[in-house]
Design a binder for this molecule. Structure first.
Ligand code: DX5
Ligand code: ZN
Length: 214
């Protein structure tokens, strides 16, 4: 299992050092949660911050856009150093245009679905994207409880990809830790985001290694 620590739970006054700490602790990807206070009821940070902290690690930056108009900002996040950009099917931007824009910048593109959105919402785009992110909490805040009832959606997406001969990684985000990751792994999740479970652990390297063992 690949683990992407969510910087949402980091000490933002030391974000660069927190990225270095996660890099040394063995993180696979760095998950950066972008919230605009409109698509979700919380505000985090934007492309200028990503540009400033880009130099602290060579690990892939997995940028999760929880914003109403992702298409307007793809160039900003591409310029800032994103390697993967995921955006929500529930956003207001045209999905095909946004995927094309991300791909035109040589960045991996992913679609995200909120808990109330069915797996089928991404089926029309499976040929065009590089990964699917299934939310296992309502987006907006770290530290919420894992919604195990989202896992049938992971299975459905994996099954549809198998049927169509597509090798598609599925990422899960929200409430994942030692107590819940086995269920995600069993459902076929390839990459798990973990905020609280990694940043609040006494030993981040140990926490990441344990999660990676699934
Ligand atoms: C929630 C974010 C998640 C969150 C995960 O909207 O997308 O990435 O930070 O945090 P934990 O692991 O604490 O649920
Ligand atoms: Zn996220």
């Amino acid at each position: 299992m690949k683990i992407a620590p969510s910087l949402l739970s980091c000490d933002f006054s030391r974000m660069g050092q927190e990225l270095e700490r996660m890099d040394k602790a063995g993180a696979d990807w760095m998950h950066l949660d972008i919230m605009d206070g409109h698509f979700v009821p919380n505000i985090t940070f934007g492309a200028p911050v990503i540009r400033c902290v880009r130099k602290y690690t060579d690990k892939p930056f997995d940028v999760h856009l929880m914003i109403s108009e992702p298409l307007r900002y793809i160039d900003d996040f591409a310029d800032a150093g994103a390697d993967i950009i995921t955006f929500h099917v529930e956003s207001d931007s045209d999905i095909d245009k946004t995927i094309e824009k991300i791909k035109s910048r040589n960045i991996k593109a992913g679609l995200v679905i909120k808990p109330k959105t069915p797996a089928e919402a991404v089926f029309d785009y499976l040929d065009k994207i590089d990964l699917v992110l299934v939310m296992t909490v309502e987006p907006g805040f770290g530290g919420q409880s894992f919604m195990a009832d989202m896992l049938p959606k992971v299975r459905a997406i994996k099954e549809e990809c198998r049927r169509r001969g597509i090798d598609m990684p599925v990422e899960a985000d929200g409430g994942i830790g030692a107590a819940t990751i086995a269920q995600a792994a069993a459902a076929g999740v390839d990459v798990c985001v973990a905020g609280t479970a990694v940043f609040k652990a006494d030993d981040a390297a140990k926490a990441i290694a344990e999660l990676q063992s699934y």
